[in-house]
Design a protein around this ligand. Structure first.
Ligand SMILES: [Zn+2]
Length: 281
C-alpha cells in the first residue's frame, strides 16, 4: 500500500458566494477546503476520457441494470454539458468498464487502477471519515506536484439510505446523488450556489441535482473546454484493472503498491461527502 498523506477537506463547509459570476469551486492540491484560486494547484484529469467501474455486487436496492443506466446518465450529464443547449462545451467523456471485482478505494503505484463506483451496504461508519448522514463520498487521489488526478472512487451509502430511480417516488434518488458525486470525480468541490448540482447538501426526495445548473456547466466547460480537447483518451495509471490484480514480481515477495527498490510515489487524497441537515452528498 502506498503511504497516503491525507489532505482531508472539511465536509459541508461552504463559502460565501462571490459577487462575480464564478461561484463554482475546483479541488486543489492545497489541503484545506478553500476553493481555487487559492495557494494550491487546481486538480484536473489529463486525458479527455474517464473509465468508471461499478462494483459487481451492485446495490441492494436496485437491479444492476438500473444502476448501470443511472450511472451512465449521471456521468453523461457532465459530458453533455452545453452552454447553448445544443452542442457540448466540454471534451470530457466517460465510459463504463467491466464490473469491478474488488472494492478497494486506493491508488496503486504498481499494477493497474480503476475509478470505482461501489455501494456500501454495511460497515459504512467503520470506513474512515464516513458519517451516517453522508449519502455518498468520493475520494480523489492526485499527484501533488502538478494536480493531476490519478484515481477517483465513488462510495454510495446503501446502509443508511434506500436508493431509488423513480423521480415520482424519490427518497434518495440515485441519479441526484450520483450526478453530484460525478462532479467530484472530475475535480469539483462544493459550490455556494444552492440550486447547483455541486451544492453540498440534499433534501429528501430531491431530484434537481440530476440536471446541471449553469454554475455546474460553467465549471466543467471551463475546466475541460471543448476547444482545448487534448485528443487523447488515457487509461488509469498502470493500466485499467477492475480486478485489482495482485502485482507479481516473480518471487511473490511484493504486495501491490509496495514500490520497494523504486521511488515511492506520493499521492494525496481528498474526500468529499455531501451533506445537509441530515444528509450529505
Ligand atoms: Zn459533495
Amino acid at each position: 500500500m502506498l503511504r497516503l498523506a491525507e489532505a482531508l477537506l472539511a465536509v459541508g463547509v461552504l463559502v460565501a458566494a462571490p459577487a462575480t459570476a464564478r461561484a463554482w469551486c475546483q479541488q486543489t492540491t492545497h489541503d484545506d477546503d478553500s476553493c481555487f484560486p487559492d495557494p494550491g494547484t487546481p486538480l484536473l484529469w489529463e486525458g479527455n476520457c474517464l473509465q468508471y467501474s461499478i462494483y459487481q455486487a451492485g446495490s441492494d436496492d436496485l437491479p444492476l441494470d438500473a444502476v448501470r443506466d443511472v450511472m451512465g446518465r449521471s456521468f453523461g450529464a457532465w459530458s453533455q454539458a452545453s452552454r447553448d443547449g445544443a452542442s457540448p462545451c466540454t471534451y470530457i467523456s466517460f465510459s463504463e468498464t467491466d464490473l469491478a471485482t474488488c472494492d478497494a478505494v486506493e491508488y496503486r503505484s504498481e499494477g493497474g487502477n480503476m475509478n470505482l463506483v461501489v455501494f456500501r451496504e454495511s460497515g459504512w461508519q467503520a470506513i474512515r471519515n464516513h458519517a451516517a448522514a453522508s449519502m455518498g463520498l468520493t475520494t480523489v487521489l492526485f499527484d501533488p506536484k502538478d494536480g493531476q488526478i490519478l484515481s477517483a472512487d465513488m462510495e454510495l451509502n446503501g446502509e443508511f439510505f434506500t436508493f431509488t430511480v423513480d423521480p415520482a417516488n424519490a427518497d434518495a434518488d440515485l441519479q441526484n446523488t450520483a450526478t453530484h458525486e460525478a462532479g467530484h470525480v472530475i475535480g469539483l468541490a462544493h459550490t455556494p450556489v444552492v440550486e447547483a448540482t455541486m451544492y453540498g447538501t440534499s433534501t429528501s426526495g430531491e431530484t434537481s441535482k440530476a440536471t446541471l445548473h449553469e454554475d455546474d456547466i460553467d465549471a466543467v466547460c471551463t475546466m475541460y473546454p471543448i476547444e482545448e480537447d487534448p485528443g487523447e483518451c488515457l487509461y488509469p495509471p498502470g493500466g485499467l484493472d477492475p480486478a485489482c490484480t495482485p502485482v507479481d514480481d516473480g518471487c511473490g515477495c511484493r504486495t501491490p503498491g509496495d514500490s520497494r527498490g523504486g521511488a515511492r510515489a506520493i499521492v494525496l487524497l481528498v474526500a468529499f461527502a455531501i451533506g445537509f441537515a441530515r444528509r450529505r452528498l
